[in-house]
Design a protein around this ligand. Structure first.
Ligand code: C5P
Length: 397
């Protein structure tokens, strides 16, 4: 998995810097190409000569080479790397990364990095536990960086606690698992529907629901990150997509969503139908704005097509189809009925009863029911993490 991968290894001023040499060797042994970027404090703990001998490349530390003034481009490194790993990462480096304090080559490289970034903190237990460090780590997570948690044990300060940098072999295993995950869905095409639909009443009004599209967009991202080509058919939402493997098709009404999804589905390996499609639409569309006249206004509504059921009918045995169910009562029973009626392989159940689950929020709490009769309950998680669980189930099928 690491063969041929280009890795920028950032080394900072912690006693655990000596482990960077082992880390370097382990990465190189697996075929990776390693470029070291070291902070000034890092050089106090391990010499650039050691690291340069191991990587067979000059170690990058200063913005300019002292003897000839050659400029080291952090931007080039950001484009070159398949991954950046900062191990060990001190509290100071973590703080600078979280706040964009670009006063050394490692931080400028980090800020220019196009590749995913993994951070292995190493520090004294109290520094690690400090709210400042913890909030910086949370910030880095929110930027999409991955934290390789330190372990608990004997520390250089002779205290015992959480703060030991994870062992080099374990760090390498994390990176291997990451690259392995990225290929799980390669060559697969996945249709995802997301967001609400708008059903027009007149030129200025529509019927809709509170769906934000966050869950569907998180699913699209996770599928793309695992190597799939994603076709995201989205109703009107305030979200952006920037993964190159996500092709976004914006629609407004259920009928437009049905058309797009039905056209795409025969060429897909899987479909995840996450959209909150309006069940009904106005029977007629008024070309002119409906006027207020103080009388009761009765709206006549007609059912929208059930996109999921339509795709369920078209589904071949080499395709997987998943849907969502948002229930307020008899949740499991109703979800199972939908699973059968729509010919789904699994259904993701979320209940409005659970705090933090459902519309608009960034978290969700789900159960997954499969056509084989299995039921798995998951705790409340960020929607991205929920999407990871859903994609794991998709892969298992
Ligand atoms: O029947 P219900 O609306 O509860 O089913 C929810 C599931 O069916 C979701 O996966 C949703 O995206 C899908 N659905 C659909 N077309 C509809 C209604 C729901 O695809 N008209």
């Amino acid at each position: 998995m690491l063969n041929g991968k280009k890795i920028v290894l950032g080394v900072t001023g912690s006693i655990a810097a000596y482990k960077a040499a082992f880390l370097c060797r382990a990465l190189i042994k697996r075929g990776a190409e390693v470029q070291i970027v070291i902070t000034p404090a890092g050089k106090e703990f391990i010499t650039p000569a050691t690291l340069s001998a191991l990587t067979q490349k000059p170690v990058v530390s200063e913005f300019f080479t002292a003897n000839d003034g050659t400029w080291h481009s952090h931007v080039d490194l950001g484009l070159w790397a398949d991954l950046m790993l900062i191990a060990p990462a001190t509290a100071s480096t973590i703080g600078k990364m979280a706040n964009g304090i670009a006063d050394n080559m490692l931080i400028t490289t980090y800020l220019s990095m196009k590749a995913p970034v993994f951070i292995a903190p190493a520090m004294d237990l109290d520094m690690y536990a400090h709210p400042s460090t913890q909030s910086n780590l949370e910030k880095l997570k929110s930027y999409g960086n991955y934290i390789i948690e330190p372990t608990t044990g004997f520390l250089a300060s002779s205290l015992e606690g959480k703060g030991r940098m994870e062992e080099p072999d374990a760090i390498v295993a994390v990176l291997e698992a990451y690259f392995e995950k990225k290929t799980q869905l390669s060559k697969k095409k996945i249709l995802i529907t997301a967001g609400p639909t708008y059903e027009k009443l007149d030129p200025v009004r529509y019927i809709s629901n509170y769906s934000s599209g966050k869950m569907g967009f998180a699913l699209a991202e996770v599928c793309a990150e695992r190597g799939a080509e994603v076709f995201l058919v989205s109703g009107p939402v305030q979200l952006t997509t920037n993964h190159p493997a996500i092709k976004r098709i914006d629609v407004e009404s259920a009928e437009e969503m049905r058309q797009a999804a039905t056209e795409l589905f025969p060429n897909m390996d899987a479909g995840i139908l996450c959209a909150a499609v309006a069940d009904y639409k106005p029977a007629g569309f008024s070309e002119k704005k409906i006027k207020r006249n103080g009388e009761i206004l009765n709206l006549e509504l007609v059912p929208n097509p059930d996109i999921a059921a339509g795709l369920g009918k078209m589904k071949r045995c080499d395709q997987v189809l998943a849907g969502f169910a948002l229930e307020t009562d008899n949740a499991v029973e109703n979800a199972l009925q939908k699973l059968q009626k729509k010919n789904l392989d699994f259904i993701v159940l979320n209940s409005l009863q659970d705090e933090g689950a459902g519309f608009q929020v960034d978290t969700n709490k789900i159960s997954i029911l499969t056509a084989k009769g299995e039921k798995t309950d998951f705790p409340l998680k960020q929607k991205k993490a929920v999407a990871e669980d859903i994609v794991d189930v998709l892969l298992s099928l």
